[in-house]
Design a binder for this molecule. Structure first.
Ligand code: SAM
Length: 216
């Protein structure tokens, strides 16, 4: 890739004209009332931190067809898009109510595996999730976001990627977000090498997008 060229989108993610403007889109059944065009469904970056990371041109390393462990799946807004273009996609969520919606999103996606589990306790799903996953996506919006990433590092292949969304207010509602991001990054650096960080404020106020790879 030459300098200044934005990273390419993963295979299965395209920019398409939907509803009168160009949007990121994947192919699959709609999940959250997003506009569609034939088999394509718009991926709304204001509803999805990973969508925002792609929209803002972060180099996620995603090529398509990866094995994914997704932490903090909620009702499946983002992970449904991920499962549209990825291989096996394990979706961890610990709240029962959104998990019911997640099961619905998974009904038309044979490679999406919802797990009603606590991402702070990887030992409770280690027997289900295959080892050496290519990508861990994390959007748990809870205190201890670096700790969750560290605990789940064990699942990542040596050349895998962590795609992390950090919500400052989940760590500390009163602190300056930049100070929170520095602290999270410092903790993360103990087990990951951070490759890129970008504030996602254009779509998600006081959130940081992080691309990292495991330290070996
Ligand atoms: N990633 C989702 C999306 O884009 O569609 C939105 C996720 S929402 C910001 C954060 C989710 O993480 C919530 O549904 C919450 O229940 C879940 N969560 C928080 N802590 C968790 C934990 N320890 N284990 C599993 N899920 C957790």
């Amino acid at each position: 890739m030459s300098e200044g060229t934005p990273p390419s989108l993963p295979e299965g993610v395209e920019r398409r004209e939907i509803g009168g403007r160009e949007r990121l889109a994947t192919r699959g059944e709609p999940v959250y009332g997003e506009p569609t065009d034939g088999p394509w469904r718009a991926w709304d970056p204001s509803r999805s931190k990973l969508g925002a990371m792609l929209e803002l041109g972060m180099d996620t390393g995603l090529e398509g067809d990866e094995t994914v462990l997704y932490l903090g799946a909620a009702s499946g807004t983002t992970v449904s898009h991920v499962a549209d273009f990825s291989g096996p996609t394990y979706a961890v969520e610990f709240a029962p109510r959104p998990t019911r919606d997640l099961l619905e999103a998974a009904a038309s996606r044979p490679r999406l595996f919802p797990l009603l589990k606590d991402a702070r306790k990887p030992e409770t799903y280690a027997h289900v999730v295959e080892s050496d996953v290519d990508v861990v996506v994390q959007d748990v919006a809870t205190r201890g976001q670096a700790d969750v990433a560290t605990r789940n590092r064990q699942f990542l292949a040596e050349d895998g990627r962590l795609l992390l969304a950090v919500k400052a207010r989940s760590e500390d509602v009163t602190a300056d977000p930049d100070a929170v991001f520095d602290r999270v990054r410092e903790e993360l650096e103990e087990s990951y090498e951070v490759l890129e960080v970008r504030r996602l404020d254009a779509y998600h106020v006081d959130h940081l997008g992080v691309v990292a790879r495991p330290r070996v």
